[in-house]
Design a protein around this ligand. Structure first.
Ligand SMILES: Nc1ncnc2c1ncn2[C@@H]1O[C@H](COP(=O)(O)OP(=O)(O)OP(=O)(O)O)[C@@H](O)[C@H]1O
Ligand SMILES: [Mg+2]
Length: 457
């Protein structure tokens, strides 16, 4: 059973569809205008929206863009007028998961709803963690982030040392936690140490512990993080900043599993798993003699590379949705929508500080907003004044022969597949559809890559 928000100003159609959906066991909420529907769609339990394109006042396309800005993951099915193929194409480009043309074929509508509901939301992110335990949620649906999810799954199975690379604020610590939470050793502690935050002597005692009287102020013995973490994961952030002395100590613990607390000759053993991270080019540091080459290879057994946010704009609306929910909870705000103008600005910005910067911007703006919408007025100046990014990815030729929408969809999918050399990830990114949906369309339309075509001949 699903909760369907049905939006149409034609009361007769609403009555018929309402009856039909209820017969199929669904719960229905009716909206007669787009404005009304925006508020209804913000309700947390709506599973799918079915909306007519033509509505009095603001139309269905406006509703679609509002929903995509505020709750990008909520599937929307548009009902289009027969023959109005331009609007339908615009609806699909605007993020509708499907369309049904009038006069409505109930079987077709049922199938569209079923497809929309089976759309796996896991695809848009990754939730890692033991049932009832700590979970790490990483949001993203770009090809780059999907690769990251795959790598996390792979490296979590063993205790190999992992190097997480990426610009500042891209989520390196989040990934390290995710690896830990996805591993069989998740019941052991995860401890993070920032190697740049402490001077060498303090860092050494922080990591390896010290004996009583080891240095001035060491009145009692102190257990280091290596000991505290036991068989868990020790996450060392900003690893490039380690001093030569600390580099050799780390190498010893990685190679021989041995270390000594500061001021002690006692040799202790560690069973910790190490994950390290940096936003600088370690190879360059090795080349300039600032970082030990042998240590670099020890750390770099497996690498996870986090792409900068500016290269994955399709993740921005998802992150906005996810971060605003978090911010609402933390700040007791009720921001449910992001105006399309504000979303355009967020999509056009370069995000040098990546996800952390996005989170800060959203938090500051949320504080300034009094209503339930995040608008362009509350955004910082540098983001507000950006030139708008071009919207259309492809221009349709005017002399294209008239054809059905389905044919147009087939041609377009074929065109993007050819343009990306049948790279399905990139094709999904450009078309803005999920992988299962692309696979389904490829099957339905009988599309084959060029090599297979040749083998048929
Ligand atoms: N894909 C994502 N999904 C959800 N939240 C994210 C994602 N990426 C980053 N964040 C959030 O952004 C913030 C910054 O992430 P994190 O601290 O892991 O970045 P970092 O790469 O370690 O940054 P730095 O280089 O500054 O240490 C955190 O609040 C994190 O939860
Ligand atoms: Mg960090």
């Amino acid at each position: 059973m699903a909760h369907i928000l049905l939006v149409d100003d034609d009361r007769a159609i609403c009555r018929t569809l309402n009856h039909h959906f209820q017969q199929s066991g669904h719960r229905v909420t009716l909206g007669y205008t787009a404005e009304e529907a925006v508020d209804l769609a913000a309700g947390p339990d709506v599973d799918v929206v079915v909306s007519d394109v033509r509505l009095p006042g603001r139309d269905g396309m406006w509703l679609l863009s509002e929903i995509k800005a505020g709750r990008p993951t909520l599937p929307v099915i548009m009902i289009t007028a027969f023959h109005d193929f331009e609007t339908t194409v615009a609806a699909m480009q605007g993020g509708a998961v499907d369309y049904v043309a009038k006069p409505i074929d109930l079987d077709e509508l049922n199938a569209a709803i079923e497809r929309a509901l089976s759309h796996d939301s896991q695809e848009e992110g990754l939730v890692i963690g033991p049932p009832g335990g700590v979970t790490t949620q990483i949001v993203g649906q770009s090809t780059g982030m999907k690769q990251v999810f795959k790598s996390i799954g792979l490296v979590a199975q063993s205790r190999i040392t992992v190097l997480v690379l990426g610009e500042s604020g891209t989520g390196k610590e989040l990934v390290a936690r995710a690896v830990h939470n996805a591993s069989p050793d998740r019941h052991h502690p995860f401890v993070a140490v920032n190697c740049a935050a402490l001077v060498e002597t303090l860092l050494e005692s922080e990591m390896f512990g010290h004996e009583r009287g080891a240095f001035t102020g060491a009145v009692t013995a102190h257990k280091g993080k290596v000991e505290q973490v036991g068989e868990g994961t020790l996450f060392l952030d900003e690893i490039a900043e380690l001093s030569p002395r600390m580099q050799s100590k780390l190498l010893r613990i990685l190679e021989e599993r041995e270390y000594s607390p500061v001021g002690s000759t006692q040799v202790k053993r560690s069973k910790a798993r190490f994950i390290t991270a940096t936003n600088v080019d370690l190879r360059e540091r090795v080349a300039s003699g600032q970082f030990r080459e042998d240590l670099y290879y020890r750390l770099n057994v497996a690498t996870i590379m986090l792409p900068p946010l500016r290269t994955r704009a399709c993740d921005v609306p998802l992150l906005v949705d996810f971060l605003l929910r978090k911010i609402n909870k933390d700040l007791r705000k009720t921001i449910r929508r992001v105006s399309s103008e504000a979303m355009e600005c967020l999509l056009s910005y370069d995000w040098p500080g990546n996800v952390r910067e996005l989170e800060n911007v959203l938090m500051k703006s949320a504080v300034l907003e009094r209503g339930d919408a995040l608008t362009v007025d509350s955004l910082p100046l540098e983001i507000r004044q950006l030139p708008k990014a071009p919207k259309a990815l492809f221009e349709y030729e005017c002399d294209r022969p008239l054809c059905s929408l389905r044919e147009l969809e087939r041609q377009h999918i074929q065109r993007v597949l050819t343009g990306t050399n049948w790279h399905k990830g990139k094709t999904c990114d450009i078309l803005g559809i999920s992988r299962p949906r692309l696979e389904r369309r490829i099957r339905e339309f009988g599309l084959v890559p060029p090599r297979d075509e040749r083998s048929i001949e």
